[in-house]
Design a protein around this ligand. Structure first.
Ligand SMILES: NC(=O)C1=CN([C@@H]2O[C@H](COP(=O)(O)OP(=O)(O)OC[C@H]3O[C@@H](n4cnc5c(N)ncnc54)[C@H](OP(=O)(O)O)[C@@H]3O)[C@@H](O)[C@H]2O)C=CC1
Ligand SMILES: O=C(O)[C@@H]1CCC=N1
Length: 291
């Protein structure tokens, strides 16, 4: 793997094996940050060729639309990014078995799928980077948890970090904590969007136009995240500064407490991490069954 410039992805070739929303979020970030030439990125999926042609049109990446093109791109790529749904992953990874060279790097974004299951499905200890990104990578504001298998080389490690740093923030964690990352930031954008939906709906209920309710909500969430980021203050401290004694915010927070908001969020995130483990167990069972 080329290691001449750790801040870019060099001449390494990448294939997105599964080119759906998460793959697009990452590749768009890489292309728009000029981290690599779009010619170095191949996209493939199972059957939706139109989708690949659309990605080519938008980002200039290379579509692998025939079985021959798919095979040769998988065989030659320096890095293979597993971007299919968990339920499709066991078969897709098994199909790689006869194609892989020992030095090819596997990067997985698949929820629940452990490094050991990938090794089991491949029948060998290929270098694997297990990640949990999120869709905000699309605009360079992603948050990605990363862990490495023992055989990942120093240059492969740098490559993976450069790749995900190009599309946001990275946190290297021990592999068992990837499910916690899934609970907090992998699925996290959905919780924030859900909160925003509720805020917009309530604004409309109180008489605002849908446009005004949306604009005010978006700016509020943006501003609140930016306040935490820029000031370095804890969310709790910033919340207290908004909350005048016996004022309007206190009344709102008490209502959230009445409906167990904190407990609900806690249970949701713990359940999300558990669900990732369940999905991982199901893939592991497929790997064992196929032995
Ligand atoms: N969406 C998110 O916010 C996040 C998702 N993830 C993970 O990313 C992964 C992908 O999710 P997402 O992008 O939402 O899914 P999508 O359904 O958008 O995309 C999945 C892609 O995988 C392709 N695919 C399925 N089977 C195969 C196969 N055998 N060979 C080649 N390609 C295949 C599909 O092709 P076709 O359409 O032709 O069937 C499709 O292009 C999941 O494992 C998820 O856990 C991780 C973090 C965040
Ligand atoms: O919902 C899911 O399973 C995926 C994983 C993280 C975000 N979306």
């Amino acid at each position: 793997m080329s290691n001449r410039d750790a801040s870019s992805l060099g001449k390494n070739t990448l294939i997105f094996y599964g080119a759906g929303s998460m793959a697009e979020a990452i590749l768009r970030g890489l292309v728009e940050a000029s981290l690599t030439s779009p010619n170095n990125i191949t996209v493939m999926n199972r059957s939706n060729a139109d989708r690949l042609l659309e990605l080519e049109r938008q980002y200039g990446v290379v579509p692998a639309t025939t079985e021959d093109l798919k095979k040769s791109a998988l065989t030659s790529a320096d890095v293979i990014i597993l971007g299919m749904k968990p339920k499709d992953s066991a078969n897709a990874i098994k199909a790689l078995q006869p194609l892989l060279r020992p030095e090819q790097l596997i990067v997985s974004v698949i929820a629940g799928l452990s490094i050991s299951t990938i090794h089991q499905l491949l029948g060998r200890e290929q270098p694997v980077v297990r990640t949990m990104p999120n869709t905000s990578s699309t605009i360079g504001l992603g948050a990605t948890g990363i862990s490495f298998s023992a055989s990942v080389s120093a240059s492969q490690r740098e490559f993976a970090l450069a790749m995900f740093n190009a599309v946001g923030l990275t946190a290297v964690v021990d592999e068992p904590l990837i499910e916690a990352v899934n609970g907090v930031s992998g699925s996290g954008p959905a919780y924030v969007y859900y909160l925003m939906e509720a805020m917009i709906n309530a604004g409309v209920q109180l008489g605002l136009t849908p446009e005004a309710a949306k604009d005010l909500t978006v700016q509020t969430v943006r501003g609140a995240a930016e306040m935490v980021f820029t000031t370095g203050e804890n969310p709790g401290e910033l919340r207290r500064k908004v909350t005048s004694p016996n004022g309007t915010t206190q009344a709102a927070i008490e209502t959230l407490d009445h409906y167990s908001f904190q407990e609900g969020m806690n249970k949701a995130i713990v359940r999300c991490a558990d669900r990732a483990r369940e999905m991982g167990d199901a893939i592991r069972a497929e790997a064992v069954d196929s032995k």
